[in-house]
Design a protein. Structure first.
Length: 74
């Protein structure tokens, strides 16, 4: 089929139905992929925030600890 022209099969009703089904599956697949990507992004953001919170808590806890002085008596 020359570029820019349609195959004579393009007018076939069954071909149109199959193409429509394929396009629908492609849209559903893309939507599913986008949802999965959003979920993974949210999870990554949550983990990043959790790491930040842990660092802040650890830093605050470390600052509150006073140094310990040990003396040995014999």
């Amino acid at each position: 089929v020359p570029e820019g022209e349609l195959s004579y099969h393009a007018a076939d009703v069954e071909v149109k139905q199959v193409v429509a089904q394929i396009m629908q599956m492609d849209r559903e697949s893309n939507e599913h992929l986008l949802r999965e990507m959003d979920t993974l992004k949210a999870e990554a953001d949550s983990q990043s925030q959790a790491r930040t919170n842990i660092r802040r808590v650890r830093g605050a806890y470390t600052k509150r600890l006073s140094p310990v002085n040990w003396e040995a008596y014999t």
